[in-house]
Design a protein around this ligand. Structure first.
Ligand SMILES: NC(=O)c1ccc[n+]([C@@H]2O[C@H](COP(=O)([O-])OP(=O)(O)OC[C@H]3O[C@@H](n4cnc5c(N)ncnc54)[C@H](O)[C@@H]3O)[C@@H](O)[C@H]2O)c1
Length: 295
């Protein structure tokens, strides 16, 4: 029996992963704060695939709730083969106007929630020589202005995962980090921002993308068992090209990001809009790239 714990599995990518692993014969623990949805999903998966799929209420920011869940899993399954730290929330805002309370909230869930999961589950993964899968974002690799809280939380997730890759390799634990751009999910509902329209804009971008959570889940399933570290399912060629540009030509990448920030400011500032017709092709391309990058 293969056993997987997925956080944030009552919606979006976590739900798609729960379905994928159950359909491949795994037993799945759906850990989320959304009990009603989670219970329905778990019983549906158990009935459909005949495996031990169950829901457990977990707020990933709570050390005590993580300890309790690991105790339950150890007793019920006598071990764990994979942990997916997937639960997360959305945040956007400028550094001087986004509230510090919300900055802490985003980092506490997106980064510290996963750190806590690793802390309590890694002993079980060492025993099983299992898989550790952390869901970050393209924002963990490429950092747009106006998104510091989300960027920092997801870049932290990438750093955490890279460090654990070498730390856990001697124990036979494979570590992957998933870095998608926008895909269809309910993430915008959790959005905290200094801009009252941000959640609406994000929801539109999520709905408009052609990328589904199911397609990313299928890539995660295949790539993680092969031991691929960076999983870029749900990214476009333009995203991967810019990531390469950052690594190979960092000065050019940084000047593009600065030009991009000027465009963003010009969009916000009506007095600057009269000069928008004078924008060069470079800036127009940047505008296009920016639309592709967020996520
Ligand atoms: N949707 C995108 O475009 C996108 C892009 C890049 C990365 N991501 C990342 O993918 C992951 C999954 O998000 P999604 O897009 O499927 O969003 P979603 O909102 O559909 O699902 C997130 C789930 O996490 C749960 N959750 C939130 N806070 C929690 C907490 N404290 N404890 C336990 N569960 C909690 C929610 O209840 C929800 O079920 C997130 O880490 C997100 O940052 C999403």
């Amino acid at each position: 029996m293969k056993r997987i714990l997925i956080t944030g599995a009552a919606s979006g990518l976590g739900l798609a992963l729960a379905k994928k692993y159950a359909s491949e014969g795994w037993s799945v623990c759906i850990a989320d704060i959304q009990a009603e949805e989670g219970i329905k999903i778990a019983s549906g998966l158990s009935q459909e695939y005949g495996k031990d799929c169950f829901f457990h209420h977990l707020d990933i920011t709570s050390d005590a709730q993580w300890q309790e869940l690991v105790g339950i899993i150890s007793e019920r399954w006598q071990g764990l083969d994979a942990l997916v730290n997937n639960a997360g929330v959305a945040a956007s805002g400028d550094i001087d106007t986004f509230s510090m309370k919300d900055f802490h909230w985003a980092v506490n869930i997106n980064l510290m929630g996963a750190v806590k999961g690793c802390h309590v589950c890694v002993p079980l993964l060492k025993e099983s020589k299992g898989l550790l899968i952390n869901v970050a974002s393209m924002a963990g690799l490429l950092h747009m202005g106006g998104m510091s809280a989300y960027n920092a939380s997801k870049a932290g997730m990438v750093a955490l995962s890279e460090g654990l890759l070498s730390e856990l390799d001697p124990y036979g634990v494979k570590v992957s980090v998933v870095c998608p751009t926008f895909f269809q999910s309910n993430l915008a509902k959790s959005m905290r921002s200094d801009n009252p329209d941000a959640a609406k804009i994000a929801a539109r971008l999520h709905a408009a993308t052609g990328i589904t959570a199911e397609s990313i889940a299928a890539t995660v399933f295949e790539d993680s068992r092969k031991g691929k570290h960076y999983i870029l399912g749900g990214t476009r060629l333009s995203d991967r090209t810019i990531w390469r540009l950052k690594r190979y030509l960092p000065a050019l990448y940084l000047s593009m990001m600065k030009s991009n920030a000027r465009i963003q400011l010009a969009d916000k500032n009506s007095s600057f809009s009269s000069s928008s017709g004078k924008r060069g092709i470079f800036e127009r391309v940047l505008r296009f790239i920016r639309a592709r990058l967020l996520g």
